[in-house]
Design a protein around this ligand. Structure first.
Ligand code: HEC
Length: 131
């Protein structure tokens, strides 16, 4: 009985730790990616923007499931899971929009996509941190 409880507690804390780990990795990758994208736009370095977008998409995929996102939200914000999930979807959509605009050499439009992406990061962080 006692052992079962300990085992269950152990399993729960391991799965929480790995969910948390995925989140931290995801965020760090996205942070590096967005810094690269910003550097790329400021220096008109298209290659840098594109490389940053690849990172962002990779990081975003790691923390995009509704289950993970819901678990990260504070209790009084769980009913807004959809908003947070949509922020995550917007990041991937923006990455594609930026790439397509770069293909067309529409650099101003591409930069607008970057601004929208920043807003999506803040949208979710605002909920997470009740800001
Ligand atoms: C769907 C929600 C969501 C989105 C979208 C999101 N984040 Fe996060 N982010 C989190 C959560 C959850 C945390 C951890 C809690 C905290 O730091 O308050 C976090 C934390 C972070 C951290 C701190 C990580 C650490 O090690 O403490 C960074 C950096 C970060 N996010 C970058 C980004 C960037 C850049 C984007 C946009 C490209 C982004 N995030 C979009 C949910 C999100």
């Amino acid at each position: 009985m006692k052992l079962t409880k300990i085992l269950i507690a152990g399993i729960l804390s391991v799965s929480f730790a790995s969910a948390n780990d995925a989140m931290t990795k995801s965020m760090n990758i996205m942070q590096q990616g967005i810094e690269q994208v910003q550097f790329g736009f400021i220096n008109n370095n298209e290659k840098m923007v594109r490389e940053g977008l690849v990172q962002i998409k990779k990081g975003n995929t790691m923390f995009s499931s509704e289950t993970l996102i819901k678990a990260a939200l504070p209790d009084d914000k769980k009913h807004m899971t959809n908003v947070a999930v949509n922020a995550s979807k917007r990041i991937t959509a923006d990455a594609t929009i930026i790439e397509l605009n770069l293909d067309d050499k529409a650099y101003t439009k591409a930069a607008e996509g970057y601004a929208d992406m920043m807003n999506a990061c803040s949208r979710c962080h605002g909920l997470i941190r009740s800001w």
